[in-house]
Structure formats: structure tokens, C-alpha cells
Design a protein around this ligand. Structure first.
Ligand code: TTP
Length: 185
């Protein structure tokens, strides 16, 4: 069996792989996250996941490498991680009282084989008050998360409804991942 590498610095992805009972090491990629303007949300997360995995595979050719990328999409507009508190506030105002899509792309690559897929969920937010948003930003939770919220944390209190793969929201659709990995062994 080849060594398995998670090409991600996300603590959530690490935790989900551990939850699935997998053994792996962590080597985050250092790619510049740039995607052509005309790319759809699905194409965007698939390309970024692929680039992250390929960046690490090039120096670890004997391994199986997993890369992933998560974005929030609101009516076709892509919301990534917030640049600062002001940006987080703007993103949360956009999401307030509406339904958005969270998409995660996954690429699992070895020197012989490539598997890429996406998973998604629709998330409906209650209307958020200015005070609620300010308190949330003060908690520090938005800073490293797509769409400026974490459903697994205090952000759970914003969510009226979820349809789809919950684990795609947290950053890794773990059931699809563990099934796809079987074909690499
Ligand atoms: C919407 C949402 C996102 N997120 C997280 C998952 C991802 O870690 C992050 C999106 O950023 P990504 O750019 O996908 O990943 P990352 O920078 O954390 O890690 P790496 O590029 O090294 O793989 O947002 C949550 O944890 N909870 C949520 O509810």
C-alpha cells in the first residue's frame, strides 16, 4: 500500500480523515489559488483540489495524495475565505436570510491514477441581525472558512436547513473519499 498524504492545512479535513480511521501524513500545498473567470463553481473547486494534490504529488511520486477545496456559491457568485473582518461582515450580510450552496472538490492522485469529484449541500440561513454578525466576527470563527462561517461551530446557530452532504460543508465529503480511496489500494 502506498503512503497516503493529505495536501491540506485544514484541521477539519485532518479530523475527518482520522474519523474514517485512515493513516496519513500532512503536507500542505503552496499553490496560488487562481482560476479562470469563466469557471463554474464546480469547475473551480475541482481545479483547485487537483492543483493542490498535484503540487504535493510532484515531490512524492510514490504516494497517494488528496487535495480539496471548499467554496460557498450564492446565485453564481463565489464566496471564498474572508480577507478581513469587513469582508466577513459583507459576506455574512449577503448570506443572511437566503439559501446558498457549499461545494467541495476533491482530487485523489497517484502516479498511476487520478480521481476527481465534487460534493455539495444547500444551506438556508435565518435572517441575521447586525449584532449577531458583529458578535460572530468577534469570536474569530469566520477568518479561515469559506463564506465566513463554520457550520460545525457557533455558525450552526445561523442554519435553518441543510440539504445534501453535511461533510462537504465542513470541507471533506468523507464517505465519498473513503470509498474512492479503496480503488487506490
Ligand atoms: C462553509 C464552511 C467552510 N469551512 C472550511 C473548510 C475549509 O477548511 C475552508 C475553505 O478553505 P479551503 O481553501 O478549501 O481550504 P483551506 O485553506 O482551509 O486548506 P487547504 O487549502 O490547505 O486544503 O472552510 C468550515 O470549516 N465550515 C463551514 O461551514
Amino acid at each position: 500500500m502506498k503512503p497516503f498524504i493529505l495536501a491540506s492545512q485544514s484541521p477539519r479535513r485532518k479530523q475527518l480523515l482520522e474519523q474514517a480511521g485512515l493513516s496519513f501524513s500532512i503536507i500542505p500545498s503552496s499553490i496560488e489559488e487562481t482560476v479562470p473567470n469563466h469557471y463554474s463553481p464546480e469547475e473551480t473547486v475541482a481545479l483547485l483540489a487537483y492543483q493542490k494534490a498535484a503540487d504535493v504529488l510532484k515531490d512524492h511520486r510514490d504516494s497517494v495524495v488528496l487535495g480539496a477545496d471548499t467554496i460557498v456559491s450564492l446565485d453564481g457568485t463565489i464566496l471564498g475565505k474572508p480577507a478581513n473582518d469587513e469582508d466577513a461582515r459583507a459576506k455574512l450580510h449577503l448570506l443572511s436570510g437566503r439559501t446558498h450552496q457549499v461545494l467541495t472538490g476533491v482530487a485523489i492522485l497517484s502516479s498511476e491514477k487520478e480521481v476527481t469529484f465534487t460534493a455539495q449541500a444547500q444551506v438556508s440561513f435565518y435572517s441575521l441581525s447586525d449584532e449577531e454578525i458583529d458578535n460572530y466576527i468577534r469570536s474569530g470563527e469566520p477568518s479561515d472558512k469559506a463564506g465566513a462561517y463554520g457550520i460545525q461551530g457557533l455558525g450552526a446557530t445561523f442554519v435553518e436547513k441543510v440539504e445534501g452532504d453535511y461533510f462537504a460543508i465542513v470541507g471533506l465529503p468523507i464517505a465519498k473519499v473513503s470509498r474512492a480511496l479503496k480503488s487506490f489500494n
